[in-house]
Design a protein around this ligand. Sequence first.
Ligand code: ZN
Ligand code: ZN
Length: 406
Amino acid sequence: MSDVMTKICDLTKGYEPELISLRRYFHKHPELSWEEIKTTDRLEEELGKIEGVRILRRGFGGTNSGLTAEIRGEKPGTGAGKCVALRADIDGLPVMEENDVEYRSQVDGVMHACGHDGHMAGLITAARTLSQIRSEFCGTVRLIFEPAEESGIRGGAKVLVEEGALDGVDAIFGLHLFTLYPAGQVLYRSGPCMASADGWDLNITGKGGHGSAPELAVDPTIAAFMFGNAVQTLISRETSPKETAVISITSIETSTKTRNIIPESVKLMGATRALSGELQDRLEAAMRRTISGIAQMTRCRMDLDYMRFYPAVINDPALTDILKDAALGLFGPEDVKEAPLNMGSEDFSFYGAVVPATFAQVGVGDRNRPETCNPHHSATFDLDESQLWRGAALHAGFAWSYLNRA
Ligand SMILES: [Zn+2]
Ligand SMILES: [Zn+2]
């Protein structure tokens, strides 16, 4: 195993100049969710240059964004019928870049502020490496370039699954570059890994009136205050201290903004996150129960619009063992760690609902260069490019390990 892992590292490092320049190309030309047309053009062009890569489909969700392709191994063996998918997301964000770098975004108000530029360049590089070692694995590697990971309302992974991107796939691997983790660290985690993401709007309608005569009004602010307190007890009193979830109220708005009028209505917005589907269901049901009780008590009408964006990312334990071994083989024990729980979310979870899946994280925050340690989605986000090869090598190393064990 170690011979192949050394070869994967050497090949991948050999492609580093192309890897970095490709990442910079994507960084200069970011596109928003479901609009990744030029991005997909470039991906198609790059894949076309790699021997043994076949494009399966271009365009998902009624757009021309996104791409799937495959590389077939040439080694005969028991894994010949197996197919492992590797996924990279490809969208940018509505952020105006503030970095003064040569490769800064050339599109006003759009930026690769989450590192998806590095994900794409990494997966193209992994395809180059896998193409060079085709004789050393059996089975098929499916490459998935997913649009619209950041969309929330209409995440790309859900659409790709519905449109058959995983047909014939036995397992899937994905990774995220993270500035939160020190440069070079490679993190795996078995079981729950990232949280579900739900968002909700609560419209409370009472009866407006004069501030001096509350008895003639039905005050929706009281219902809002009661809800604000009660909803937190769903975490502190109805969720076990051993489970992990969070509810945050993120916006409160009244229909009038003066000192002497009781408003007609109040609108609250918020977010709920949990580390299991069961807890996610339970919290939504508990929130509905709480609301109906408060509505009855306060005589207000309370309408909840509850939106489920992404389920929790739950990593398959057997697949995560393969990932961990591959990472140790590639990078050695110093750089490979168990990831802490991450309350961020990822639409990669939609793949995990269909086939065994595991999601890794790769540290790209160089602590000696603070400009590479800024938060994701910020206007000053950037990453340590010298670690990009690790993501690429991890894709290739995982695929090789999976297919040679199957
Ligand atoms: Zn993001
Ligand atoms: Zn991201």
